[in-house]
Design a protein around this ligand. Structure first.
Ligand code: PLP
Length: 400
């Protein structure tokens, strides 16, 4: 590492709150599926800023759209209308099949809004103010208090005392464990159609269909958190669309702005008409013209470049290559995931493998200590996959 990069890292460690143990790299710029650090070293990126940069870095049309919007106006206020938000909402409705949109600045904020909408809906229905939410073990919904309250990782919640929502945790893909927690206080069930941070675990169709049926029978709302698995990552625009099981409320973020911080929660007309009213919820930045210009261009490029079809087309090759790696090393227990959201589950910590791959120009991350996570830009090619394998296999050989 150059003295210049080391100085930047030292400065960061002196100034930033240390809430991350960061890899010792300062990234400078990106191009396609490649990242470059401040020393000019190239890395093949199979993280995409954690499932964010779906279109790859430095997409000319995307960059130009942001520059054009910068020269017009960056921000107004939600007390006024703006054309990019109107177009973005319309496009998002069309690709999601949901009826109403509220733009946020992040995934966690989308989850916050989804929970507030559900609780308000239940409150208007039965007048109670002691509603419960059912969430899943090993889920991840974000770090703010509401999102944390439904996050199924006790270690994340433990130091922070009383949570704002009364939450019960069921076992993922275990319908009986969900049914057992439902009662007349239950407002909603929240789950990720593919668990991301929790270890790349897809829900079964039977589980999703079963939860939908139970919710319908008991008048309970179903919330899908598509912040990580949405936006085409699993081969359909939203993961639930593959199964035809529509939620009442849905969240989306990560790839929605492809780098501009933006998220959204979406509702059915029924929930929208009977939950949050004027004055119940708001945001200064959410849905501003700059963020929404990004959303518009992202959704336009998804259509033009047939991103979702590309994911469906490339997935079998990606899975085959990962399966070959899994078969080659006894310390790998399984490959699991969906589309371009995959994990290799090891019987030991993967930190050494990630560091080794990084040293040799491949960016990967983990999901929990023992799982290698692959959430590459959605535009990856067979060639990119082959290069990834050619760096990863020797890294595993050296480290296990
Ligand atoms: C990343 C993530 C979030 C939180 O999004 P932030 O933008 O980090 O607040 C919520 N839910 C899921 C499923 C996620 O993967």
């Amino acid at each position: 590492m150059s003295e210049k990069m080391q100085a930047l890292i030292d400065q960061a460690e002196a100034d930033l709150l240390h809430t991350y143990n960061r890899y010792q790299i300062v990234f400078d710029h990106g191009d396609g599926v490649n990242l470059y650090d401040t020393d000019g070293k190239r890395y093949l990126d199979f993280v995409a800023g954690i499932a964010v940069f779906a279109l790859g870095y430095n997409n000319r049309e995307y960059n130009d759209a942001l520059k054009a919007q910068t020269d017009k106006i960056l921000h107004t206020s939600n007390y006024f209308y703006n054309a990019p938000a109107i177009e973005a909402a319309h496009r998002l409705k069309a690709v999601s099949g949901m009826d109403r949109v509220f733009f946020t600045n992040s995934g966690a904020e989308a989850v916050e809004g989804a929970l507030k909408a559900a609780i308000k809906y239940s409150y208007l229905k039965d007048g109670r103010s002691d509603h419960e939410i059912i969430a899943m073990e090993h889920s991840f919904h974000g770090r703010t208090y509401g999102a944390l309250s439904v996050t199924g990782n006790p270690a994340y919640r433990a130091p922070f005392g009383q949570m704002p929502c009364d939450v019960q945790f069921a076992r993922y893909n275990d319908l009986d464990s969900v049914a057992a927690l439902m009662n007349d206080r239950t407002s909603a069930v929240i789950l990720e159609p593919v668990q991301g941070e929790g270890g790349l675990v897809p829900a079964t169709k039977e589980f999703l269909a079963g939860v939908r049926r139970l919710c319908d029978e008991k008048g309970i709302l179903l919330i899908f958190d598509e912040v990580q698995c949405g936006m085409g990552r699993t081969g359909s625009m939203y993961a639930w669309q593959k199964f035809g099981i529509r939620p009442d409320i849905m969240t989306t973020a990560k790839a929605l702005g492809c780098g501009v911080p933006v998220g959204a929660f979406l509702l059915t007309e029924e929930v929208a008409q009977n939950s949050l009213k004027a004055g119940d919820h708001g945001t200064t930045y959410g849905g501003n013209p700059f963020a929404c210009a990004a959303v518009c261009k992202v959704l336009e490029l998804y259509e033009k470049e047939r991103i979702v079809e590309h994911v469906r087309g490339i997935t079998p090759y990606f899975e085959q290559k990962l399966d070959e790696i899994a078969a080659q090393f006894p310390c790998i227990q399984e490959r699991r995931g969906s589309g371009l959201m995959q994990g290799l589950v090891f019987d030991r910590p993967v930190a050494g493998i990630i560091q080794d791959a990084m040293d040799h120009g491949l960016v990967l991350i983990n999901a929990g200590p023992d799982i290698l996570r692959f959430v590459p830009p959605l535009v990856i090619t067979r060639q990119n996959i082959d290069e990834m394998v050619s760096i990863l296999v020797p890294a595993i050989e050296r480290q296990v």
